[in-house]
Structures are given as structure tokens and as C-alpha cells.
Design a protein. Structure first.
Length: 132
């Protein structure tokens, strides 16, 4: 299911804005994120979601930076170690904004999950249990 949502969502997005040479890089990034979520067995708990968010956002961002450094799609950094470091450094402001927005989205998702669990199960949601 996650593979279909992740890769399908990225293909749907690119079908609207257009496929390009960077599509493969984005698909590879989403694939790595889905593999991490499955591998880490991210559950709807506060600790698990925030940990998964930080790890998956970092992996996706690094995949995009490496892909851009190799393909020169967005920026034209030299193919040297210094160019790679410059590419990573130039992406940090964007990465900070992505983490903030993703954290807000994750918090909203978790709040809706807890609300739904309380409404439909009548009990305490697992998201704030001691094990999470």
C-alpha cells in the first residue's frame, strides 16, 4: 500500500507538471523513504512519527541534493567534493523549511488520529501511551 501511495503519488505529480530527467531521482528518493518507513516499522506514536519524519526527510533531501549534483537539474555545482558540499549547504534553508512544514503536518495527522481513536473506540489513543 505504501509503495503505491508513495510512488504513485510522485508519478501522478509528475504527470501534471511534466516528466523530466529528475523524475527518476524523485522516485528513488520516495522509494528510499518508503523502504525506511517499512523497515523502521513506523507506528502512529509521537516518538515513532517524529523519528521517522526526521530520518525520512533527511534521506529524501539528501537524495535530491545528490541527484541535482549529478544531473545539474537545478544548480550547476562542480563534480568535486567541494561542489557536493556546496550543494548540500545551499539546500539547508529549504531543508529547514521542509522540516518545519512536515512537523506541522505530522502533528496535525497525529492529532486527527488521536481524535478519531477517541471518537470511534471510546478509549485512550495509543499515540500518547508510555510505550510510544
Amino acid at each position: 500500500f505504501l509503495w503505491g501511495v508513495g510512488l504513485g503519488g510522485m508519478c501522478l505529480r509528475d504527470s501534471f507538471v511534466g516528466f523530466d530527467s529528475f523524475t527518476f531521482v524523485r522516485l528513488m528518493g520516495i522509494g528510499l523513504v518508503v523502504a525506511l518507513v517499512v523497515g523502521l516499522k513506523v507506528r502512529p506514536t509521537l516518538r515513532s512519527l517524529l523519528g521517522g519524519l526526521f530520518i525520512s526527510s533527511s534521506v529524501f533531501q539528501l537524495t535530491l541534493v545528490l541527484g541535482d549534483w549529478v544531473t545539474h537539474t537545478c544548480a550547476n555545482f562542480p563534480p568535486t567534493a567541494h561542489g557536493l558540499l556546496a550543494s548540500i549547504a545551499s539546500s539547508l534553508p529549504y531543508f529547514q523549511r521542509v522540516l518545519v512544514v512536515d512537523s506541522l503536518f505530522t502533528s496535525l495527522f497525529l492529532a486527527l488520529y488521536v481524535l478519531a481513536a477517541r471518537l470511534f473506540s471510546g478509549g485512550r489513543a495509543r499515540a500518547f501511551s508510555r510505550n510510544g
